[in-house]
Design a protein around this ligand. Structure first.
Ligand SMILES: [Zn+2]
Ligand SMILES: [Zn+2]
Length: 310
């Protein structure tokens, strides 16, 4: 055997090892998480890792939580008009979801079960991606000063970074109103098709209907799932089971997003796409392209609100 093959093999093995170590390294270390995010699972600060907040920062001014001045200001911008929009959205969405679930369930055929499961899974993966895209866009661009959009739709994202626990105090309407609203057009279209198309046409499109149905359900449920990922006390056992089996966004997984400056792990439905998107540097590349082409810097407004501590 040629002796030079051995060093080559060793080189290749060590290169593969260092690549694997790099790829499998945690996106944020335990220390980064403890130093740069709010300890929601440890409200009394009993954590073994002592935080190392930089000396020049005044420790008496809250960095996160309901006492942060910026968070209080943002919470006060929640208006009656906004509440009305959320109540209407929840009512319409639940009605349409129930109708579509009925139309789908009565047409389920066991012989197509495999393809239906695949279509539904594709719907769930799309929902995870959409949650990431919308969350990234709202966190990274725009400002509270934008007309209509700012106070009504960007405000909760700003508030959530400086007081991540506020979501756990929001009721069902405030938590889910906006997500329920965005699914209404797709659910209307699905209902319309079920009511107007002939049975053979409905059967022909059935897999697409299953895809859109699951996509709509998971998009609608995204903020409820997100709220559960911030709830460290008193969750029902079945929710914890879904989190631990990674069917919905797990709590420890979502902590990676809450490490300042909140620049990764934006997907908040199942979280399945967070790791691959981070390894592809997807958000970073997208931000770089936008910054080069428009001149806007990412997260300027988010950073501004984080500074409003006094
Ligand atoms: Zn965020
Ligand atoms: Zn969160």
């Amino acid at each position: 055997m040629d002796g030079s093959a051995v060093p080559h093999f060793e080189q290749a093995a060590s290169a593969a090892c260092s690549m694997a170590t790099k790829i499998l390294a945690p996106v944020k270390t335990e220390r980064q998480i403890y130093e740069n995010s709010m300890l929601e699972d440890d409200p009394n600060g009993n954590s073994v890792i002592t935080t190392n907040i930089k000396n020049f920062e005044d420790k008496s001014v809250p960095r996160w939580g309901p006492n942060h001045k910026g968070a209080q200001e943002l919470a006060n911008l929640y208006s009656t008009g906004k509440r009305t929009q959320e109540c209407i959205s929840v009512g319409i969405c639940i009605t349409l979801m129930a109708a579509n679930s009925f139309f789908i369930v009565i047409r389920l055929r066991l012989e197509n079960f495999g393809s239906i499961v695949i279509a539904a899974l594709c719907g769930i993966i799309t929902a995870d991606f959409v949650s990431g895209l919308v969350h990234w866009a709202a966190d990274t661009w725009g400002s509270i000063e934008l007309p209509i959009l700012g106070k009504n739709f960007l405000r909760p994202f700003r508030e959530h970074h400086i007081d991540p626990t506020s979501i756990t105090r929001h009721d069902f309407i405030e938590t889910n109103g906006d997500n329920f609203m965005v699914t209404i057009p797709a659910l209307c279209k699905l209902t319309w098709d079920f009511l107007t198309l002939s049975e053979p046409e409905i059967q022909q499109r059935f897999l697409w209907s299953c895809y859109w149905w699951q996509l709509a359900i998971f998009v609608a449920m995204t903020n409820q799932i997100h709220k559960w990922s911030h709830t460290y006390f008193g969750l029902p056992d079945w929710v914890v089971w879904l989190q631990e089996h990674r069917i919905i966004l797990p709590r420890r997984h979502h902590r990676v997003h809450h490490v300042a400056p909140h620049e990764t792990y934006f997907c908040i439905t199942t979280g399945w796409l967070n790791w691959p998107l981070e390894k592809l540097r997807f958000w970073y590349v997208l931000e770089t392209i936008i910054e080069i082409s428009t001149g806007y810097k990412p997260r300027v407004d988010d950073f501004k609100w984080a500074q409003k501590r006094t």
